[in-house]
Design a binder for this molecule. Structure first.
Ligand code: NAD
Length: 491
């Protein structure tokens, strides 16, 4: 892999810049616990300047109305990302601890390609249309519906798929004509600063349209963004707890909020499924150490074939290759930081204390004394109301739950405060679809089908969020709607 030459500076008003305070914070490789670089430690003063620049770029340049400029700028950004792809790959692996194999898919390669979908919306989207002539209170009117960008969008992203999530917000927000302030997670600043450098050096995107503020403190910059009246919208991905905080704080200035939050999704194996060819695939939930909001961390097996399913899962979990994330054969690396590692170990202890049976893993692997690793961990005979079946662990810890019939499976799947994703596997597509329709989640995989894509709306029911990312529904999150009435021509 290429040498790492990461960008340490933020992007504010078109310039790559250090923090006003001159402070930096240390980026740490979670697989080695070693420092890999220093990054600008932005604070209130920096984000204030970034918001001012974004506001000015929205109000005083033609970015919001000039579609050709937006198309050119985003095409240049995509080309820049493609040209720098092999420099980005080791940066992402080093700061995220993601298995390099995932960078050939969702962590890097596919999300650069997916940017094209947003660019295409600039021409394809129906920006305005006429309603039928209408009579109201004695006047006959033509009415035109016009979609416009919202204004300044604050984007706050987490560390699990940082590069992809940064682009998932930048793509539609910019294509729609907004300006932005992006605040990445403290654990993964390079996945944002790399984009900032390409925007500054290789695109015609005007100064102030995209601002990137990195910070070692988790909350300070985000709190300013969500409270500032110059910001019109917050687009957030992260924990449900922080999502609640953002919504409450955003209420003071009546911000629009898009929230993509946690999950505790269930994968249901119906009793007619081909277990041998499908159940082992459930071990893939531990890819990237279970740090995915939409992964199916509860596995529901029918009582009639429970032992058979458990045996297959045990073998698959024991065989999962993990360790050094730079090794392409590994499917799982470490947790992002020590706090998350300890949090996950805490859940494992809780699972044992509440009576679940630990079948595989359950601790720190002896083979990796350095790095925040936790073994792929399989709990069986899990009570669906217990803590490890209810709370998002965000680690490689899977709960196997027994059910009696299809109704019971649906009831258990829906027995969650979350509603992000899920899966159903059956020999009968009709039967699987009937169950999928009853699951209260934003996405469902049927018989292993993949719902993910730049054109596919993704988001949660219940505590898993508000709004949708991707697809037309995701694009429209970043738009306002204006209706204009005018006298209809006579005759
Ligand atoms: P978090 O929700 O606190 O952090 C996500 C982002 O929000 C980061 O950029 C963070 O700096 C920012 N943030 C934190 N407090 C803020 C505030 N008050 N105002 C504005 N922004 C704020 O998540 P975390 O603490 O890094 O991880 C904790 C748990 O969150 C994990 O264990 C996991 O359950 C969950 N999580 C979920 C996702 C997801 O994709 N749904 C991603 C990461 C973490």
């Amino acid at each position: 892999m290429a040498e790492i030459q990461a960008e340490s500076r933020m992007l504010i008003d078109g310039k790559l810049t250090d923090a006003a305070s001159g402070r930096t914070f240390t980026n740490i490789n979670p697989a080695t616990e070693e420092a890999i670089g220093e990054v600008a430690d932005g604070g209130a003063e920096d984000v204030d300047r970034a918001i001012g620049a974004a506001r000015q770029a929205f109000d005083e340049t033609d970015w919001s109305s000039n579609r050709e400029l937006r198309k050119r700028g985003l095409e240049q950004l995509k080309a820049g990302l493609e040209n720098h792809r092999e420099e980005l790959r080791p940066q992402i692996v080093a700061e995220v601890g993601s298995p390099v194999a995932l960078t050939y898919a969702v962590q890097l390669d596919s999300c650069i390609g997916d940017l094209q979908w947003d660019i295409d919306q600039i021409d394809a989207y129906q920006w305005e249309y006429d309603l039928p002539v209408h009579e109201f209170m004695g006047s006959t009117s033509l009415r035109k519906v016009i979609h416009e960008p919202i204004g300044v969008c604050g984007a706050i992203t987490p560390w699990n798929f940082p590069f992809m999530l940064n682009l998932s917000k930048l793509g539609p927000a910019l294509a729609a004509g907004n300006t932005m302030v992006l605040k990445p997670a403290p654990d993964t600043p390079w996945s944002a600063t790399a984009i900032g450098r390409i925007i500054a050096e290789e695109t015609d995107i005007p100064p102030g349209v995209v601002n990137i503020v990195t910070a070692g403190d988790k909350a300070e910059v985000g709190e300013v963004l969500t409270g500032d009246p110059r910001v019109d919208m917050i687009s957030f991905t992260g924990s449900t707890m922080t999502g609640r905080r953002i919504m409450a704080r955003g209420a003071e200035t009546l911000k629009r909020v898009f929230l993509e939050l946690g999950g505790k999704s269930a994968n249901i194996y119906l009793d007619d499924a081909d277990f041998a060819s499908t159940v082992p695939g459930s071990a893939m939930t531990c890819t990237h150490a279970g740090q995915g909001c939409a992964i199916t961390t509860r596995i529901l097996l029918p009582e009639s074939r429970y032992d058979e399913g458990v045996e297959l899962l045990k073998a698959a979990f024991e065989a999962l290759p993990y360790g050094d994330p730079t090794d392409v054969s590994n499917l799982m690396g470490p947790l992002i930081n020590e706090r998350q590692r300890d949090r996950v170990l805490g859940y494992i202890e809780k699972g044992k204390a509440e009576g679940a049976k630990l079948l595989v893993g359950g601790g720190r692997p002896a083979a990796f004394p350095k790095g925040w690793f936790v073994e792929p961990t399989l709990f069986v005979d899990v009570d669906p109301d217990s803590t490890i079946a209810q709370e998002e662990i965000f680690g490689p810890v899977i709960a196997v739950i027994k059910y009696t019939d299809d109704n019971d499976a649906v009831r258990i799947a829906n027995n969650s405060s979350y509603g992000l994703s899920g899966g159903v596997v059956s020999a009968s597509l009709d039967r699987a679809m009937a169950v999928a329709r009853r699951i209260r989640t934003g996405t469902v995989s049927v018989n292993g089908g993949m719902w993910f894509g730049p054109d596919a709306p993704f988001g949660g029911y219940k505590d898993s969020g508000i709004g949708r990312e991707h697809g037309v529904a995701g694009f429209e999150e970043y738009l306002e709607t204006k209706t204009v009435g005018m006298p209809a021509p006579i005759g």
